[in-house]
Design a binder for this molecule. Structure first.
Ligand code: PGA
Length: 249
């Protein structure tokens, strides 16, 4: 894993966007894996700005999102479909037919998982997957204990994830308890991975990622087995590693 250390969230977002743009200019037909949550919002902002200013086009890009809450329709403001349209897709020229996100309200969720995996396989490997990391080390919604062999599947969200996500909902009761997520092996199929880590709350997770053995109880640790992972972390996220004098020791 390559670590790029930056000053703050803004700088992380800018560098991540520049990374994506460079890949996009090299390969305008790229298959881009996208993440939701608080972390990538700044990256999407920079990408939109670049699209408007420089005309970087997404006409031939195919996107694949990591996950979606079970029970929420695409029009529900808390769904990841809604989030993606709101923070990114509505502001660029990507074709809706090229956007792929699992359906949270499919009548048969198990079948939806299988269909999503089939779509991913059919398109071939994702060129660049953007990832965030949960405080508990989850990637996508693959919570601790998820098999590294997992494909797209239904997950029961960990209490810490439900708590972390509750900031977007009016009450705890509204936070979905299940999600559909690409599996760990699905994520590991990507040719390249860009992991974004920002803020003090992620500092312990970043330390564990660096220090821990590869272990299914810390899902992100699997990334150590991937040949092309770049981590962009800001100073706040890096604090624990610095205190332990690790990555740049
Ligand atoms: P966050 O979530 O970006 O909202 O912190 C990241 C994650 O849980 O993967």
């Amino acid at each position: 894993m390559k670590l790029i250390l930056v000053k703050d969230y803004q700088e992380m977002s800018k560098q991540a966007a520049e990374y994506v743009i460079e890949k996009l200019l090299q390969n305008p037909n790229m298959k881009l894996g996208l993440a939701t949550g608080g972390t990538p919002i700044g990256t999407y902002k920079f990408l939109i700005e670049d699209h408007k200013r420089n005309g970087t086009s997404y006409q031939n890009v195919k996107s694949f999102n990591l996950d979606e809450y079970v029970g929420l329709s695409a029009t529900n403001e808390n769904s990841y479909h809604y989030y993606m349209n709101d923070v990114f897709f509505n502001h660029i020229d990507i074709k809706k037919k090229n956007v792929h996100i699992p359906s949270g309200d499919a009548p048969d969720i198990q079948k939806e998982c299988e269909d999503y995996e089939t779509v991913l396989t059919k398109h071939g490997r994702v060129d660049l997957q953007i990832l965030g990391i949960g405080n508990n080390g989850h990637i996508g919604f693959n919570e601790p204990g998820t098999s590294f062999d997992s494909k797209t599947h239904i997950v029961k969200l960990a209490p810490s994830t439900i708590r972390a996500n509750s900031r977007y909902f009016e009450s705890m009761e509204e936070v979905p308890t299940r999600a559909v997520t690409m599996g760990i092996s699905t994520i590991m199929q990507s040719k390249e991975i860009l992991l974004l880590v920002s803020g003090e709350s992620k500092s312990k997770a970043l330390l564990k990622l660096w220090e821990n053995e590869v272990d299914e109880y810390f899902p992100a640790s699997v990334l150590k087995k991937h040949p092309a992972v770049t981590v962009i972390a800001d100073e706040a996220a890096y604090a624990e590693l610095r205190a332990n004098d690790r990555a740049f020791a």
